[in-house]
Design a protein around this ligand. Sequence first.
Ligand code: KG4
Ligand code: ZN
Length: 365
Amino acid sequence: MTASARDVLILGLETSCDETAAAVVQRTTTGEGRILSNVIRSQWAAHAPFGGVVPEIAARAHCEVLDVLVSKALDDAGMQLGDVDAIAATAGPGLIGGLIVGLVSAKALAFASGKTMIGVNHLEAHALTVGLSDGLQPPYLLLLVSGGHSQILLVRGIGDYVRLGTTIDDALGEAFDKTAKLLGLAQPGGPAVESAAQAGDTKRFDLPRPLFGRPEPNFSFAGLKTAIRQQARALEPLSDQDVADLCASFQAAVRDTIVDRMQRAIDITIRTHNIPKPPLVIAGGVAANAFLREGLSNLAAKQDLPVCLPPLSLCGDNAAMIAWVGAERLAAGLIDEHATTARPRWPLDEQATPLIGHGRKGAKA
Ligand code: KG4
Ligand code: ZN
C-alpha cells in the first residue's frame, strides 16, 4: 500500500460498454478507499429489442446522459469539480464509440478545471476493486469473469499482472447471456439464469466440463452452450421445470470447471511464482453469481487460503472502480500520460500470447 502526503479525490467515468457511470472516490493517506458517490445508468432497455449491445446505440446513450451523471456524482459527494484532484476515465478495452465519449468528456473537464486526466484500463479496475472494497493488496489470484473476458490473473502489483489462463472461445458472461437467450429468458442473462436455477436440479443433465483437468488453466465455454442448445431442442416444448433444470445443470458445470481451473492456477502460483498462500479473488459482472462465489469460497476453505469476494454492487461495471485505479496510480506516481487515447483492445498482461478465439466479442470487459 502506497502512502500519500494527503487524501486524494478522484472523479471517475465509465463508458466502455453498456453502462454509463460516474463516481467520486477518496483515497486516504493510509491507502483506504471511500466511495463518496457512485451513479450508474444501464442501457439495457435500449439494446433489448436487438438482443445484444449495439455499439452505435451505446455511444449515443453515453453522450446523452454522461453530463447529467457527472453532475449527480459531484452533488451526491457534496463537492464541485474544482474539489477533485484528477479525472479518471476508462480508456479501454471496450467499444470504441463509448470509450471516445468518456475520454473526450474527461479531457474537457480536466482542461476546464486545470486538473490531471488519467486514462484507466477497465480490466485493471476490475482487478483492483478488492483494494477499494476490502483493502486487499496484491499479491492475489484473480478470477476475472465478465461479459467480454474470462481470465485467471496473478495480480502482483499495480500494473503488474501475469495471465495464467484465459478463455479460448466465449467469455463466461457471454455463455450465461447466450444460454438465457436460447432458453427464452431475459437479458442480461446471468441474473436470469441464476434466478431460474434456484428451482432446478443441478444433476438432471450431464453437461460437459470443457478443458477439465488440462494443465494450463484455460477455459472454453462454447461447447457447454452448444450442449444446452441440443438438450433444449430434444425437450421442446420446454416446461418451466426443464428451463430451471437446464440452468441449474449449466451453473454446476460452470462451477466445476472454474474450481478445477482455479485449482491448477493455485498450484502454478505456489510452485512457479513462490507465493505460498495466495488469496483468491473474484471480479467482473459474473462475480455476482452466488453459486460461483460459493464454489470459490469452498475451494479457498479446502486449500486453507484467504478469499475475498467484493460486494455485488462493485462486481458489474461501475465508475467507483475507475476512480479507484486513478487514485491508486496517482498515489503511486504511476500515471501513464500516453494512456489517454481509446484502446479497444488492451490486455493486462501484454506479454501473454492471444489464444484462438479469445475475446471474440472483445469489446466488453
Ligand atoms: O463486468 P460486466 O458488468 O460488464 C462487462 O462485461 O463489461 O459483466 C456483465 C456480464 C453479463 O454477461 C451478465 O450476464 C453477467 O455479467 N452477470 C452475471 C450475473 N450478473 C451479471 N452472470 C452470472 N450470474 C450473475 N448473477
Ligand atoms: Zn467490466
